[in-house]
Design a binder for this molecule. Sequence first.
Ligand code: PEP
Length: 252
Amino acid sequence: MTAIRPLVAGNWKMNGLSGSLSELAALRKRVDAAPVPQADAMMCPPATLLTGARDVLEGSSILLGAQDCHSLPSGAHTGDISAEMLADAGATAVIVGHSERRIDHGETDALVHAKALAAYRAGLTAIICVGETEAQYRDGKTLDVLRSQLEGSVPEGARAVNTVVAYEPVWAIGTGLTPTPPEVAQVHGLIRSVLGQRLGDSEAGATRILYGGSVKPANAAELLFVPDVNGALVGGASLKADDFYEILAVYA
Ligand code: PEP
């Protein structure tokens, strides 16, 4: 099996006015000056900044992603944005099923599944997020919850080239808390085995499984070199070019 090329993706969430593009420009400068050839880097700004970010990143190796999409290509859906529109704005990937969407907007596995299919339809990579809540973690239900989320959210036709899975324990997002490396290894192993049952071992063995939740420069190496971890989805630390670059640079 060929080695999986890691991906470090940043998620700005609902942060960043247009001035934040200067952080992206600073990140680009650092990556241009000292490329990290062993990993891909991606930034997912809010939709309003996609075209500005595309301009900042023109000619750079840093990929551009979006944070959510509607399941349909167009129509009467005020305030929503289709995967096709994201592609038109320069995105090559879209996060679907982030826990903040699942919690704030009541998104179900079925909707996440439909959004992943929409991403494929538009030629985008779907970054499908799964993760247990604190209560589920405390009750020892993590593996059952993840199996069920994966079965409901990952389309049968998912392929390693168009799909990334991000394991993001809800209790670790923005809290400074993280699972232990052995816990991360156990969950990522489970994710790969469920993907194997759904997509076949060859696709599952090539699919990137990211860890997300309070990844910082100080803990990146400890979390990202765990078996079956193929990169990170980074929230808070993606807002600062230097922090994000330091996380990426664990793969230097
Ligand atoms: C996220 O929400 O995707 C995330 C990982 O956030 P943070 O890194 O801030 O915990």
